[in-house]
Design a protein around this ligand. Structure first.
Ligand code: NAG
Ligand code: NAG
Ligand code: NAG
Ligand code: NAG
Ligand code: NAG
Length: 364
């Protein structure tokens, strides 16, 4: 791109060289570190021998460059890829488990970042099967950070960490698990669940803060009662209200938690993307989002195409840009693209108290 732009505008060319020389990168943040579940996993689970939560086979990735299944639970890119694109990167940073001594040089300098997310994981360690728990994701980050701090220029590395984006997308699997164990919980069971989960979430954030993280981009718990997997459990095909209520309650608590932490922890800044509200809004106004189908899975089989996973022998839709859901749980690339744009620079209804863009451009 640099050469053609130089032809168009000598000034632009000089300017971009100047920026390049002073900062040595043109991204909006030095790096992105990603934690959470399948909504942002880009292939860590491929490396887990015994994990069944994998998406490294067709038709996953059918719209990814070269139609390659990468472990993303999407027909193409997922939300973190689009967030990374908004930050000036090509796509998500690589999965932690893909790193080795030959491909980690920039990462050790605090550049680009790493994706620790693992499909099936939750905020609680008890959520998920053979997956990387959030606690383990944080331990991996701690290990990596020690290696980064052992590099020459540790001061610069610490500075980069404080400017980097720490993105967390978690909680949906905890809510699924809670509801699966008890689909008509009483108030005290719900309160106990919220308290247990939020105290764990708080510990995770404090751990990251202690390791130098300052800028937190959060994706809240999606409207899990409206995913095709939930709808097929309702005879009318409607959303399962109880699941959504759990998700909504968690989201209210997560919002409160961050406003409390921003007071308690100096320098902490955060932005919460309201995946929950955005999904419900898209479901009630599909056409304004360009969707034709917001209820069934594009890829799968049976009722709502949601009675099997998107396996190699499943059928899939052709008009994938018009679907909200790619498989029985996960959004399409198109839906992920929309949500990332909204979280980056959208209205206060869907992202707050500041946007991801304001989060990365904020000083100090
Ligand atoms: C996978 O499961 C097998 C059988 O239960 C076990 O022997 C093996 O240690 C497990 N591998 C890993 C990496 O956990
Ligand atoms: C390191 O990882 C990269 C990409 O994941 C891979 O292509 C390369 O072969 C690996 N190198 C070694 C020495 O394992
Ligand atoms: C609420 O539900 C929990 C778990 O199912 C049960 O142990 C408890 O006794 C119930 N409490 C009340 C007040 O019904
Ligand atoms: C099923 O969907 C209908 C709307 O179609 C809704 O009124 C009903 O409450 C839903 N059932 C459950 C268990 O949430
Ligand atoms: C795909 O094949 C598997 C194994 O033969 C079978 O269990 C599953 O039901 C098939 N799924 C579809 C969508 O036909």
């Amino acid at each position: 791109m640099k050469q053609p732009l130089c032809l168009f505008s000598v000034l632009f060319c000089v300017f971009s060289r100047f920026v390049g020389a002073t900062t040595s990168y043109t991204w909006k943040v030095p790096a992105i570190y990603v934690f959470g579940d399948s909504t942002v996993d880009v292939g860590n689970n491929n490396y887990l021998t015994n994990s069944t939560a994998k998406a490294n086979y067709p038709h996953y990735g059918i719209d990814f460059p070269h139609s390659r299944p990468t472990g993303r639970f999407s027909n193409g890119y997922n939300q973190i890829d689009f967030v990374a694109i908004h930050m000036g990167f090509r796509r998500s940073p690589p999965p932690y488990l893909s790193l080795n001594d030959t491909n980690n040089h920039q990462i050790l300098k605090g550049l680009r970042g790493v994706n620790f997310a693992s499909a099936g994981s939750g905020i609680l360690d008890s959520t998920g099967g053979n997956i990387i728990t959030t606690t383990q994701q944080l331990l991996y980050f701690e290990t990596l950070r020690s290696k980064m701090m052992a590099q020459p220029n540790a001061d610069q590395v610490a500075q980069r960490l404080s400017k980097s984006l720490f993105l967390i997308s978690a909680g949906g699997n905890d809510a699924f698990a809670f509801f699966a164990a008890n689909n008509s919980p009483n108030n005290s069971a719900v309160l106990l669940f919220y308290n247990t989960l939020l105290s764990k979430y708080e510990n995770h954030i404090k751990t990251l803060y202690g390791l130098g993280a300052r800028r937190f981009a959060v994706i809240n718990v999606p409207a899990i009662g409206c995913v095709p997997f939930a709808r097929v459990q309702n005879l009318t095909g409607g959303c399962i209200n109880g699941m959504n209520q759990i998700a909504k309650g968690l989201n209210d608590a997560i919002t409160d938690l961050f406003s409390k932490l921003a007071v308690a922890l100096p320098g902490l800044k955060y932005s919460i993307g309201a995946s929950y509200d955005l999904t419900l809004t898209a479901i009630s106004n599909p056409r304004s989002f360009g969707f034709k189908d917001v209820e069934s899975a594009c890829c799968g089989s049976g009722k709502l195409n949601a009675q099997s996973y998107c396996t190699p022998n499943a059928t899939y839709c052709m008009n994938r840009k018009q679907y909200l859901f790619w498989d029985l749980i996960h959004p399409t690339q198109q839906a992920s693209k929309i949500s990332a744009s909204v979280f980056y620079d959208g209205p206060a209804q869907f992202v707050g108290p500041i946007t991801y863009k304001q989060l990365v451009y904020s000083n100090n």
